[in-house]
Design a protein around this ligand. Sequence first.
Ligand SMILES: CC(C)(COP(=O)(O)OP(=O)(O)OC[C@H]1O[C@@H](n2cnc3c(N)ncnc32)[C@H](O)[C@@H]1OP(=O)(O)O)[C@@H](O)C(=O)NCCC(=O)NCCS
Length: 169
Amino acid sequence: MQETGALFLFNGIFVGSMKSKEKNNIGVVIRKMTIADYNSLIALWKEGDIPYRPRGRDSKKNIRWQLQQPNCLYFIAEDEGKLVGAILGTHDGRKGWINRLIITSSYRQRGIAKRLVEEVEFCLEAIGINIVACLIEDWNVASMQVFKQFGYTKHTDILYFSKRKNITT
Ligand SMILES: CC(C)(COP(=O)(O)OP(=O)(O)OC[C@H]1O[C@@H](n2cnc3c(N)ncnc32)[C@H](O)[C@@H]1OP(=O)(O)O)[C@@H](O)C(=O)NCCC(=O)NCCS
């Protein structure tokens, strides 16, 4: 995604303006992630006990590559230069995906996750993608409650299958 002033382009196609560019009353700004945020993002994941793959898809090299992809919708929430939340949004051309939504514990319950999710949904809608999905581990009841609040429906008839080249990815 390329930024031209307050406008965003996917593969040269205008997809709208940054929905949450303005600071709101709690002083938190939502902006695109850059590779300079990498270490803070890892620290946030560690603090929140989010499992991540430092030698696989979450290595700095891989995140840098992901950030350069046209379907990359990685946003962070920042307060006075401190990274307080993040979301890894993406799409496969048919469906949008939300991954690794996290807010640092002292900033929770202030609507910041909602703003990050809305930012991804806004960018997806702008390119005509109107279905957004996320995978939630079965123990994460709080996250299920949050996504229900956001209007997401739980599917009990779908099981997740994956194929991995190796365990680190
Ligand atoms: C899940 C998480 C991202 C929510 O962040 P947040 O900024 O506190 O969420 P918001 O303040 O935007 O809340 C959104 C809605 O969910 C509700 N909510 C927030 N936390 C909740 C919880 N623990 N249990 C139930 N509802 C909750 C809020 O009340 C709000 O509803 P409202 O709009 O009716 O007021 C945050 O708790 C977190 O980082 N958890 C650890 C990481 C994680 O599990 N991520 C999800 C991976 S799928």
